[in-house]
Design a protein around this ligand. Sequence first.
Ligand code: PLP
Length: 457
Amino acid sequence: MNYISTRNNQKDFSFKDVFLKGLADDGGLFVPKSIRQLKKDQLENFKSLSYNELAAEIIYPFIGDFMSKNKLISLISKSYSNFRSKEVVKISNLGNLKVLELFHGPTLAFKDIAMQLIGNFYQYHLGQDQKKINIIVATSGDTGAAAIDALKGKSNLNVFVLHPNNKISPVQRRLMTIHEDSNVFNIAIDGNFDDCQNLVKAMFNDEKFSKAINMSGVNSINWARIIAQSVYYFYAYFKVGNGKPLSFCVPTGNFGDIYAGYLAKKLGLPVDKLIVATNKNDILHRAISGGDYTQKKVEETNTPSMDIQIASNFERLLYDVKDCDSEVTKDVMSKIKNNSYKIDKNDLDKIKKNFISEMLDENETVEMIKIINNEHKIVVDPHTAVGIGAARKLGLEKNCIVLSTAHPCKFPQAIEDAISRTEDLPDSLNYVYDRKEKFELLPNEIEKVKGYVMNSI
Ligand SMILES: *Cc1c(COP(=O)(O)O)cnc(C)c1O
């Protein structure tokens, strides 16, 4: 399978290029040149597969000659061997509603599912090609921990994680900062998540710098993450499905996880609607409900992993909506950069064929955690509560699967506000509180960050 950039569809890239670069040099995102739908009998055969077997079937066509299928199968099984759920994910019932629990990996959020695999992809690649890689990643809390856990101690690579100082929960921070491995570097930026993301983008776009350090990225723009995430849409569909189309409701920030659902639909999975659930940083809700894609200031909420105003992966959807015209997409992206873009009616109608959206503010989120706890005696994390709340507000609980993106212990404040107690960490993670933390505090200045990276490698 060949890939192109959403901003230049004339130049082909291999999966290896796409995986290692993350972002294209022209600032665009990589997408497959074309996607072939799975045949009915192929889908039928997927029904009886285990999670790992299914993952191999779905991922393999996307990676071309990067590795053999047998190698892929062994890396998948290695990646998920330490998950607390044997089948990687779990499905639970909340009345009519199904919840797909994606937080049984080592850092308690769905991001482990893609990241553990990516860590092993890197190790495989670096075993063949000895040039040291520096991975730089911005996090609003969960990505960083997942990346560090997946990459710590691996040879021939360093991982630098930028998180917004004081804007993530102590458990989230500790899951990143307690590691002693010499290839792990934590940087707390005096700013918000978008600042962190912009710093990483600026480093990528500085060709001289990124070449000099052999820079690579694992943010949710990385195509390898998208394909790894589309697996659980298939898995959940087959576990729950009665053959009818299902909707998926996804707590959304950077539009990566839900885009993986869109990919599953493009591959032929009978998906009805993809529901974008946001907090009050609602650019995607405004965009999908009314075409308004103007960025406002990021506000801190009790669902910090969705506190963003630039949903990077949305570019991939816009590229599709613009009939895969990369010149038009480039133009749209420059309008977005100048904050002067409105989605026209024709495009919006296309988007609405697949997506709908809803928003929950902080009070509604807390209220939802409480209601779910009263009704079903379970505690969900605030992001999951936004997803469940969105499905309920839209009256779409039937034939709907809500993605549960994190374990409630990661967001103690919201849980305490809702039910006046907190959730414990799973026993196997108690060590997180005992170890010493290590991170560097830096201002939101690109030269300072570059300098730190240069001095560390
Ligand atoms: C990252 C994250 C999200 C948002 O996912 P995107 O792919 O950025 O849309 C939602 N919930 C949790 C808990 C997360 O960590």
